[in-house]
Design a protein around this ligand. Structure first.
Ligand code: ATP
Ligand code: ZN
Length: 304
């Protein structure tokens, strides 16, 4: 096998994903839907790519930015919160960025919020002046405090941030929130959002100059195909030829349609690939506008 260090030429791509946690299953499923498959090593930390020379490294999510920075991995699937925390931390230390967000992936959605005790009113960032804020995101919090011109003490905790106010370690917290149930259970409420996060594909600042370049391009092409098709449906219906323009106006998210003549010159059948969600309401609107025999089909694969 070729050397591990970043500067060396490599002919396989290495992607770091979370070993176990919220992002591990969806990350693997997404890569599998790009046609990748792997042979797992016995320790289940390294998965050797079989269909393509794209290997997986299964790690803690917090280690992913560092593995990218060191060039041990070429790409990583990680929460934007983790990637941005590394970027904020490096920026505060005067260091340049080492990796960037290549694609948002549409799962693992959450927010980095400041949450305050339920009984308190929220009058804006200045209210935090002189307080102690518990967080696992000191870089992002410091950056936000600097922008807002607020001086506060950051209490850096690696876990159980939400109980810090009750334990008297801090006055408020800055933590990830998705449903808000954890906050409620700890008598806290969200006050302000610092970052909207989801899982992202993180990659290098510069393009590869070796065999990885072509592999990366192939992977991104497939990934874009999969991401684009996620909400896409093939819509089929019939209408009068004269009615087609009005119907297409109702489908602003559609690709150019395929028209087939059905019944003399009058009736046509249409096949339209639509990228937005195909709700009942949209189907009813189409029916009102003259569409008949409406059918919505899932799209499994597409190569433009
Ligand atoms: P690891 O063992 O890999 O360090 P972890 O406990 O840090 O795991 P998870 O709790 O699995 O990580 O969260 C991984 C990512 O999932 C987060 O960084 C975030 O991007 C995303 N996420 C989505 N919703 C939430 C949530 N409610 N709380 C925490 N993270 C969330
Ligand atoms: Zn973690």
């Amino acid at each position: 096998m070729s050397p591990v260090n970043g500067g060396a030429t490599r002919d396989r791509l290495r992607i770091a994903i979370q070993k176990s946690g919220r992002l591990s299953e969806p990350a693997r499923a997404l890569l599998a839907s790009c046609g990748l498959s792997w042979r797992e090593s016995r320790d289940k930390l390294f998965c050797y790519g079989e269909t393509l020379p794209v290997d997986l490294l299964l790690v803690r999510d917090d280690d992913i930015p560092g593995l990218l920075a060191d060039g041990v991995c070429d790409y990583g699937i990680v929460g934007r919160n983790v990637l941005e925390e590394q970027a904020a931390d490096r920026a505060l230390r005067g260091l340049p960025a080492v990796s960037k967000e290549v694609r948002p992936l549409g799962f693992g959605g959450c927010r980095l919020d400041i949450a305050i005790p339920e009984a308190q009113a929220w009058d804006g960032p200045q209210q935090l002046q002189g307080t102690r804020i518990a967080t696992s995101y000191p870089g992002l919090l410091q950056r936000w405090l600097d922008v807002e011109g607020v001086q506060a003490t950051i209490v850096n905790l690696s876990g159980s941030v939400e109980i810090a106010p009750r334990l008297g370690q801090a006055d408020v917290i800055c933590d990830l929130v998705s449903s808000g149930a954890t906050l409620t259970a700890n008598q806290l409420k969200p006050a302000v959002t610092l970052l909207r996060s989801e899982a992202v594909l993180a990659g290098p600042m510069r393009a590869f100059t070796d065999a990885r370049g072509e592999l990366a391009a192939l992977l991104l092409r497939r990934l874009d195909g999969v991401l684009r098709l996620r909400d896409s449906r093939l819509l089929m219906f019939q209408s009068s030829r004269a009615g087609v323009p009005a119907l297409l106006k109702l489908l602003p998210d559609a690709e150019p349609p395929t028209l087939l003549q059905v019944d003399g010159a009058e009736t046509v059948a249409l096949q339209v690939l639509c990228h937005g969600e195909m709700t009942w309401q949209r189907l009813e609107d189409l029916k009102h506008a003259g569409a008949a025999g409406l059918m919505v089909l899932p799209v499994e694969r597409m190569l433009a």
